[in-house]
Design a binder for this molecule. Structure first.
Ligand SMILES: Nc1nc2c(ncn2[C@@H]2O[C@H](COP(=O)(O)OP(=O)(O)OP(=O)(O)O)[C@@H](O)[C@H]2O)c(=O)[nH]1
Ligand SMILES: [Mg+2]
Length: 690
């Protein structure tokens, strides 16, 4: 593909609720732009974009794609994104790389759960936004109703710039309200392009009038002219419209049908005309040496940021880069301020969904793909050596669901975990940690589908089977009162005997202090050389646990008396005696189980706040506070036992129509009351682990 100058580029993130037809829309764009020989279909599994096995199996996008379309003398870099909320990481990456967002709406369904959420992400990314009302060919498609809904939810800046001709089965084309040109599909599939016919002229005129009114509302000069009744030319209206869109005040609405390939060419024309070029973008970063703020413009030295990484044993390591300034060339070396290395870039590519195509070079504002840069992670910067700049990392969503990871096949642990780390490079929303207390490897992600697909990807790409299960809770044991106990280990029948005898005083330490060991032996009742063995015995017995096999904590042990035998005493005998004393002592000292408690911060629409609080209460939570944040959101702070938090992500999603999110952090340990404590002790005993 040839390279396009910055002014002739458009970078558009295509976002929206699942199944609204984002991928189908881009299949149609690709076909109309000559980038695909036939019109791909998600339904028939012939999409040029959704092609990964996990996508074909489910009929949904799980990973963002670059879909470059050459349209007239422009290149539109579309970024297709998943609608399913577990893949929000890819949506945010795409928004970071784009200059505008196209929000796809299903005409029969109108605004859905994710519509509001993606709108908010695009708003936070300060991107101009436009709507595409898709599926106009479907029953119950009602353009006017959808527009009304959008205006109620997102304000009067939402303005249709097209109107549909016909609807449902008879939907046949769209009229552009500014140019007053239309394009309709006729029965023999030959498009008819031209002036608006007489029978819809009145409707079109009314739509145009409304459009001009709306544009004028956001443009003082035009408003004056409008009030005076002066004529507003098409050029004036278009200029004001573009200004309003780019300022994030006007949100144009387009419509069509991806499946019937109607309205798609007009959409691409409008994208070229109305949506921003990257030419004027000013990127802000810092000097990696001094940390001072730096600005970059199109003509400055080269800089780029990676917004997505693909790791695949067949395709290799692909980095998706957004060029923020200067020109990028293939076969060149660039500075990589996030690492210590200089990276050597090979061929530059663009992608039409799954298909790669090489590029001779790429201008500022373009989106390119490079292979074999394993040190470059998502969010990293690349730049000219002479004038280095580093951009702020791209936000990764906080994981909400944590599961224990093991290998299905014994002995494959290393293979599974190394595959897991590789996949994490591709998907930074996955976190892999090790719990030092339970010795489990934990994998966290956004939700169940996210982790399910992770396991499927590991199987397909690395031929390993990852097993996911409920993580063990890291309970602990402690005591409530002080006791004195004796432990005596004595075997003296025949041969070399064993003899160890200790008196220990166990007492509770303040919570969180940990264990302590002390000796106050007087007169050598336990000889010096055996004291380290006693201390070691304490550490080992406490680590293995006594009541239910969980580590004993916050206990002070004082070795204050004992006895020995000149021949039969040994380190091993004193260790054994210590274990006997502790097992008896802890059981006598009012032992309790401690459970970990997390502080949880939930964000939910206010409307669902009551249900969420109810759910938290059922999970033995202590509500610390409820605050009003933003327009209609609540923030709930609570302390919740870790054992109750498993699958909370799933509960929260179903309670809040997918709009609630939460973050958690370890707070402290707290005594666990019966009957929970009894249940855990029973479970542990019956599993034979203790
Ligand atoms: N009738 C009709 N069906 C459509 C249209 N566009 C898409 N579909 C169908 O809607 C379903 C979902 O389409 P996709 O393109 O996969 O939707 P998506 O928004 O990419 O979905 P996710 O990737 O899951 O977010 C498929 O069965 C499409 O065939 C349309 O304009 N008209
Ligand atoms: Mg899709």
């Amino acid at each position: 593909m040839k390279s396009y100058p910055s002014t002739n580029l458009r970078n558009v993130a295509v976002i929206g609720h699942g199944k609204t037809g984002k991928t189908s829309l881009l299949d149609a764009c690709l076909f109309d732009a000559g980038g695909a020989k036939r019109l791909g279909s998600v339904e028939d599994k012939t999409s040029a974009i959704d092609h990964e096995a996990e996508e074909l199996r489910r009929g949904m996008t799980v990973s963002a794609k670059l879909v470059a379309c050459e349209w007239q003398d422009y290149k539109i870099n579309f970024l297709d994104t998943p609608g399913y909320p577990d893949f929000v990481g890819d949506v945010k990456g795409a928004l970071a790389a784009a200059d505008s967002a196209l929000i796809v709406i299903s005409a029969p369904a109108g605004i859905e759960m994710e519509t509001e959420r993606v709108w908010q992400y695009a708003e936070e990314a300060l991107l101009p936004r436009a709507f595409f009302v898709n599926k106009m060919d479907r029953e119950q498609a009602d353009f006017d109703r959808v527009v009304e809904e959008l205006r109620v939810r997102f304000g009067t800046g939402v303005v249709p710039v097209q109107i549909p001709i016909g609807k449902e089965a008879s939907f046949q084309g769209v009229v552009d309200l500014l140019t007053l040109r239309m394009r309709v599909m006729t029965h023999d599939d030959e498009p008819q392009v031209g002036e608006v016919p007489a029978y819809i002229r009145a409707e079109v005129e009314a739509g145009r009038q409304k459009l001009i009114e709306s544009i004028a509302e956001f443009h003082n000069e035009l408003l004056e002219k409008y009030i005076e009744g002066a004529e507003i030319t098409e050029v004036e209206a278009a200029a004001a419209l573009i200004e309003g869109i780019q300022a994030g005040k006007i949100f144009p609405v387009f419509c069509g049908s991806a499946k019937a390939n109607i309205g798609i060419r007009k959409l691409m024309n409008s994208i070229v005309e109305y949506l921003p070029t990257p030419y004027f973008k000013v990127a802000i970063g810092t000097d990696p040496e001094t940390g001072n703020i730096k600005e970059r413009r199109t003509e400055d030295a080269f800089s780029a940021q990676s917004f997505k990484t693909v790791v695949d044993p067949f395709v290799g390591h692909l980095s998706f880069l957004r060029i923020l300034s200067g020109e990028m060339r293939g076969d060149a070396s660039y500075c990589h301020p996030n690492g210590t290395d200089t990276v050597r870039v090979g061929t530059l590519f663009t992608m039409r969904g799954k298909q790669q195509e090489s590029l001779p070079s790429a201008a500022a504002g373009d989106i390119v793909v490079t292979a074999k840069l394993p040190s470059v992670r998502t969010g990293d910067s690349l730049c000219d050596k002479a004038d280095a700049i580093q951009y702020e990392a791209i936000e990764t969503p906080a994981p909400m669901l944590e599961m224990a990871a093991t290998a299905e096949k014994k002995g494959e642990e290393d293979k599974v975990f190394s595959a897991l780390y590789k996949q994490q490079e591709e998907d930074p929303a996955i976190a892999v940690t090790k719990n030092p207390e339970t010795h489990e490897t934990l994998v966290s992600g956004i939700g169940e589908v996210h982790l399910e697909i992770l396991a499927e990807k590991l199987a397909r790409k690395f031929s390993v089977t990852l097993k996911l299960g409920e993580p063990k809770v890291a309970y602990r044991e402690t005591i409530r009162k002080s006791v004195k106990v004796q432990g005596k280990h004595k075997k003296q029948s025949g041969g070399h005997g064993q003899y160890g005898d200790v008196w220990l005083e166990l007492s509770p330490q303040p919570a969180g202090e940990g264990n302590a060991f002390q000796e106050t032996i007087f007169g050598g009742s336990v000889p010096r050389q055996y004291i380290p063995a006693v201390e070691k015995g304490v550490a080992e017995t406490f680590a293995a646990g006594i009541v239910a096999g969980y580590p004993v904590t916050d206990v002070k042990v004082n070795l204050y008396d004992g006895s020995y035998h000149t021949v039969d005493s040994s380190e091993a005998a004193f260790k054994a005696a210590t274990a006997i004393a502790l097992k008896k002592g802890v059981m006598e000292a009012s032992p309790v189980l401690l459970e970990p408690i997390d502080t949880v911060t939930v964000r939910t629409p206010e409307y669902y706040m009551g249900d969420v609080v109810g759910k938290l209460n059922a999970k033995r939570a202590r509500i610390l506070g409820i605050e009003h944040v933003g327009r209609d959101m609540s923030r709930i702070q609570a302390e919740v036992p870790v054992s109750e938090l498993y699958r909370f992500a799933t509960d929260l999603r179903s309670l809040t129509q997918g709009r609630g999110t939460y973050a958690r952090a370890f707070s402290r340990y707290e005594p666990l009351a019966d009957p929970e404590a009894k249940k855990i002790i029973e479970r542990r005993r019956s599993s034979g682990e203790n």
